[in-house]
Write a new protein. Structure first.
Length: 422
């Protein structure tokens, strides 16, 4: 399955010296959408703006087994709609600041200490440490050790603490950007291995939500999960990932399940291969919701996986339920066609039929009396001009069902991007 780590591009490095590298990236986005949050045309939510992110960083390599990295980032927006929105340059913040040490011998591996990105597997559980800042950054304040057990077998340990706002390191032109709703602490063990005939990941991750913001009760979420990927033939493969959650939410015990699966089929069209799909994907997503008639809290928690994994636009509709990109109470039957018009131009078409595992609570935002969330269509054209320049255009459309209030309106969401990396 073609998987996009949306909003995160790893720039190449320029070697200034055998011991010094420089990274630079400039990303320009134009975004336009209407009523993705309220699903009401009358709400006047239309937004059209540009989004500019600049990152400059470098690595010092005093030894082949030692690395120091520092990266500064700024992201600001310029609004066309609504008119009159005040311009703000926003913050220049420390996006990366870590030391990495590679150890040989007993328990050979790599220790990374400091502010860093952590992406495990497909990002289902761990990819973004700060869900409320959009694409500004995805870093964790963390210590991580990757133990290379043997070739293609690794055990990763990490501990992270994310405060509600970035008050651990200096910020230029500080805007008191909120990163998470409440202080969060996490710890995890993640094993990934190549079993020759299949790939297997097994993990345990725990997140503690502190009662600093009082938006939700003090919580503990323990997640036991696994990811399994099997090539059934040279053209057909199967992937499944799922987990079980237990712990506490306030005074309530927690019991939730969630996961996804998909089949990939690589076609062999010889004639017109640039005009017919090269990969066809079919899959499903299941993320439990909370049943109000059950004493246990049954809603799935995405842990550190709150990012646009399946949709860039639908995460806004989630805001009034549990929070932006809070994937929960969701069922999706979906398919994808991947086209490659040329080596540097690809196009994907996704369709999701969305449902909920539980009906909305009375008086809550969705306001409906059914379990059909609706239908989501995603079109994405990606292109790469050369090793420095790349970009994409994304157009998403959502039609709501009876999970939402009567006369809920659909929405459209459009984004174009141009990216320069050194």
């Amino acid at each position: 399955m073609t998987f996009f780590f949306l909003g995160e591009v790893s720039p190449a490095s320029i070697s200034l010296h055998p011991k010094f590298n420089l990274d630079f990236s400039e990303r320009f986005r134009m975004v336009s959408w209407d009523n993705a949050i309220s699903l009401a045309d009358s709400a006047g939510e239309a937004r059209t703006f540009t989004r500019h992110r600049t990152s400059l960083g470098g690595q010092w390599l005093p030894d082949k087994n030692l690395e120091f990295t520092l990266k500064l980032t700024n992201e600001f927006r310029y609004y066309f709609v609504p008119e009159g929105t005040a311009f703000n340059l926003n913050e220049i913040f420390i996006d990366q600041l870590y030391v990495k040490w590679r150890h040989q011998g007993t328990f050979s591996g790599t220790l990374t200490f400091g502010r860093q990105n952590i992406i495990l597997g497909e990002g289902f559980m761990v990819i973004d440490g700060q869900a409320l800042d959009g694409s500004r950054g995805i870093y964790f304040n963390a210590v991580r050790y990757d133990w290379d057990i043997k070739d293609k077998h690794r055990l990763t340990f990490f501990y992270t603490y994310m405060p509600e706002k970035d008050d651990w390191l200096p910020v230029i032109h500080d805007q008191k950007q909120q990163l998470v709703e409440q202080d969060e602490e996490g710890i995890g063990l993640y094993y990934s291995g190549d079993m020759k005939k299949y790939d297997l990941d097994v993990y345990f991750i725990r997140k503690n939500v502190k009662p600093t913001g009082h938006q939700i009760p003090e919580s503990s979420i323990n997640n036991l999960g696994s990811r399994f990927s099997l090539p059934l033939s040279d053209r057909f493969s199967y992937t499944i990932e799922g987990g079980f959650q237990f712990g506490k939410r306030g005074l309530s015990d927690r019991a939730a399940i969630g996961g996804y699966m998909y089949f990939d089929y690589k076609t062999r069209f010889k004639r017109l291969k640039n005009y017919l799909p090269q990969v066809i994907t079919a899959g499903a997503i299941y993320l439990s919701g909370d049943n109000p008639d059950d004493d246990k809290w049954g809603a799935w928690d995405p842990i550190f996986g709150r990012f646009p994994k399946w949709s860039e636009s639908f995460i806004y509709t989630q805001i009034q339920e549990d929070g932006v990109a809070f994937w929960s109470n969701l069922i999706s039957l979906h398919g994808r066609f991947l086209f490659k018009f040329a080596e540097n131009i690809s196009f994907t078409f996704d369709y999701h039929h969305l449902r909920a595992t539980e009906k909305p609570r009375p008086g809550s935002f969705p306001g409906g009396d059914g379990k059909t969330r609706g239908n989501l269509v995603i079109n994405r054209l990606s292109y790469k001009f050369n090793k420095y320049w790349s970009g994409h255009i994304v157009w998403e459309m959502f039609t709501p069902g009876n999970y939402y209030f009567n006369d809920a309106d659909g929405f459209g969401w459009l984004r174009s991007e141009l990216m320069f990396t050194l």
